[in-house]
Structure formats: structure tokens, C-alpha cells
Design a protein around this ligand. Structure first.
Ligand SMILES: Nc1ncnc2c1ncn2[C@@H]1O[C@H](COP(=O)(O)OP(=O)(O)OP(=O)(O)O)[C@@H](O)[C@H]1O
Ligand SMILES: [Mg+2]
Length: 336
């Protein structure tokens, strides 16, 4: 999607090169599909040089937002700028700056990875030599060197997804859009894609990704925006979000599920909050505003009552617990 034909611009005059121009800036962004309001006054700002993860339950508006940034949807209201360029009035300029993984990456299985990337580069307007060199750069960036000479039909899921990513990178975009980049991949494939995304981010490519995997945001994102019903309900670093809903959590696990209630009662007595029981995992968790002091008190009381726990400790809340606190609903977590 990033146009290879664009003449090189001196960094100082490149869009968004001035200090302070955000990578993406949405103000009261509204998108409707008939009666459905997919984005309902979305506000968010993503600084340059960062990985922004958009999280939210199914139907929250994540894909709609990505497609709006990609200029594939024309907003019904509000403002949306990419590197300072307006997605409606300066759509062509925006398209020169972005790559959208998956959208135009028609990987041809009978061709090798290298041939696929060269073909995509030619489609972007590169001459033969420039296409070869652009493909080489992307192969290095994504660690595809070992498999680049093989027909892509033989690739694993993770390799294939990286090749998809590669096709969106041949135009050297300044912003890469990834809508659920690892959905459907096994853990190994997911790790491969994460490594590629991290390498891209380290090389200065801005990244906007959506994900259903809480772990993915934890692994990749500098900034997180949580959206729900088309609005941003929280934004910041993961650490900030986690500390905003606050509180450390005491988590205790028992070998015998019959002990869960007793443990839960003691944790309630010490911490005041309502403990959550996870019976299959034989675990109880409770917010612990008092931190280590409450952990100490809980351990003393459990010992006094002769209850043996397998493990007990204090930890930061998980992103799922953050979701629960922000929306009152569980995220769909690792829904593929
Ligand atoms: N082309 C469309 N026509 C009609 N409604 C649409 C269209 N695209 C999205 N919607 C609706 O807009 C809302 C937001 O959808 P969107 O795909 O942006 O959600 P999402 O956060 O990406 O969800 P998911 O996690 O399931 O991918 C949903 O109610 C959806 O049904
Ligand atoms: Mg979606």
C-alpha cells in the first residue's frame, strides 16, 4: 500500500517529521454502517515511534478503526490524521505512508517467498533491480532468509504470515497496520510474528495493531487503547492501565478444590473485596489494596486455620482483569 513511486523526501519535510506530530490522531471519530454506529466519537493519539495496540471485545470497532486509518472507510464525523495528514482530504498522502498487512498481500503459493516479494514490489512500481533489493531488505527484516528460496506453499503458518507482513512492507511504510496479526497461529507461529513485529518497531516503523490476545499486547505494545462500543474507554501504557485499576492481586492456589471456599473466606476477611474463584484451576484471587501487609496477614490466618495452600503470592492484575474492571465484562481473551 505504501507507494514505492513516491519521491524520496528529506526527513525534515516528511509528513509528521516535525516534533510532536502524532503517528495517528483521532478526534470524535464517528463511523456508521446504516443503523450501526461502529465508532462513536473515538478519541486517541498515538505518538510516533511506538507500537499502539487496540484492544476491545468483539464488535468494539477495532477493525473499523484500522480500515479508517487505511482510508478504506470514509468517516461520518470527526477527524482522523495519520502523520498529520487528513485521511479524507489527503488520502493519497496517507496511503503513501502506510502498509496494511493481509489486505493486498496475495501470496502466490507456487512462487518462492523471494519471488512473491519481488512481484509485490514490481506491483508497487519498482523496477526489476529496485524490486530485488526491496525484497532483500524485507527478507532480512523478517528473518525469512532461510526459506526465501522455497515455494511459499511449503511454509508454516508463521512463515506464511511473515511473508504476508513482508508484502505490506516492500514500500517501506512509516506506519504498518496489523488487524489481529496472529489470530489462528499456534504459539510458535505467534512468537515468530512477534519477533518480526518487534524488529520492525525497533527499526522505526510505527505499528498499529489490534488483538484479542492479552499476552500479545503485553509482548508488543508501548501504548494500549481499550475501546468498547466505538469509544476509547482507557488509554496509556499497559503498566499505567494495570495500575489504574489498581491494586495488586493476591492469588492463591490449592491442591484440593474443597479448600477453595475456606481460602476465599480468609482472603475476603483480610482484603475486604470479593474473591474470584477459578475452580478448574483451583485458584482464588482478590484485589489487595494493602499489598504485602495483606499478603502477610492472609498467610498467617491460613496457617492458623491449618489450611495448606499450594502457592500464594502478590501480583499485578492481568489484562483480562483490567478489562473486567473497565467494562464490567470479561474480554474474550484468546478467542481466535
Ligand atoms: N461493513 C459493515 N456493514 C455493517 N456493519 C458493520 C460493517 N463493518 C462492521 N460493522 C459493525 O460495526 C461494529 C464494529 O465492527 P468491527 O468489525 O469494527 O469490530 P471489531 O472490534 O473489529 O470486532 P472483532 O473483535 O470481532 O473483529 C459491529 O457491530 C459490526 O457488526
Ligand atoms: Mg475486527
Amino acid at each position: 500500500m505504501s507507494a514505492a513511486m513516491a519521491p524520496p523526501v528529506p526527513a525534515a519535510s516528511a509528513p509528521g517529521a516535525g516534533t510532536g506530530t502524532p503517528l495517528i490522531e483521532a478526534g470524535d471519530l464517528t463511523v456508521r454502517f446504516g443503523k450501526v454506529t461502529a465508532l462513536n466519537g473515538l478519541n486517541l493519539t498515538a505518538p510516533v515511534g511506538q507500537v499502539l495496540a487496540v484492544l476491545g471485545p468483539n464488535g468494539a470497532g477495532k477493525t473499523t478503526f484500522v480500515r479508517s486509518v487505511a482510508t478504506l472507510i470514509r468517516p461520518d464525523g470527526g477527524e482522523l490524521r495519520v502523520l498529520g495528514l487528513d485521511v479524507v482530504r489527503e488520502a493519497a498522502g496517507v496511503r503513501r505512508e502506510i502498509g496494511l498487512a493481509g489486505q493486498f498481500a496475495a501470496v502466490e503459493p507456487a512462487m518462492t517467498g523471494r519471488e512473491n516479494l519481488e512481484m509485490t514490489a514490481r506491483l508497487f512500481g519498482h523496477g526489476r533491480r529496485a524490486a530485488r533489493s526491496a525484497a532483500g531488505v524485507v527478507i532480512d527484516q523478517l528473518g525469512l532468509g532461510e526459506v526465501a528460496g522455497r515455494r511459499s506453499a511449503t511454509y508454516s503458518g508463521g512463515q506464511r504470515r511473515r511473508l504476508d507482513l513482508g508484502a505490506s512492507l516492500v514500500g517501506a511504510p512509516r506506519l504498518l497496520l496489523l488487524d489481529e496479526p496472529t489470530t489462528g497461529l499456534d504459539p510458535a507461529g505467534r512468537r515468530e510474528v512477534w519477533e518480526a513485529v518487534r524488529a520492525l518497531a525497533a527499526s522505526g516503523t510505527g505499528i498499529l495493531l489490534t488483538t484479542h490476545y492479552l499476552e500479545e499486547a503485553d509482548e508488543l505494545a508501548d501504548q494500549v487503547v481499550v475501546i468498547d462500543h466505538g469509544r476509547a474507554i482507557a488509554a496509556g501504557t499497559l503498566r499505567e492501565l494495570k495500575s489504574r485499576i489498581g491494586l495488586d492481586v493476591i492469588e492463591a492456589s490449592v491442591a484440593d478444590a474443597a479448600l477453595l471456599e475456606d481460602v476465599s473466606q480468609i482472603l475476603h476477611q483480610v482484603c475486604g473485596g470479593e474473591p474470584r474463584l477459578d475452580r478448574p484451576a483451583r485458584k482464588v484471587t482478590v484485589p489487595a489494596a494493602g499489598g504485602p501487609a495483606e499478603l502477610g496477614a492472609a498467610i498467617t490466618l491460613l496457617a492458623g486455620a491449618g489450611i495448606v495452600v499450594e502457592e500464594i503470592g502478590l501480583r499485578r492484575p492481568t489484562l483480562d482483569e483490567v478489562f473486567l474492571a473497565l467494562t464490567g465484562e470479561h474480554s474474550e481473551g484468546s478467542r481466535p
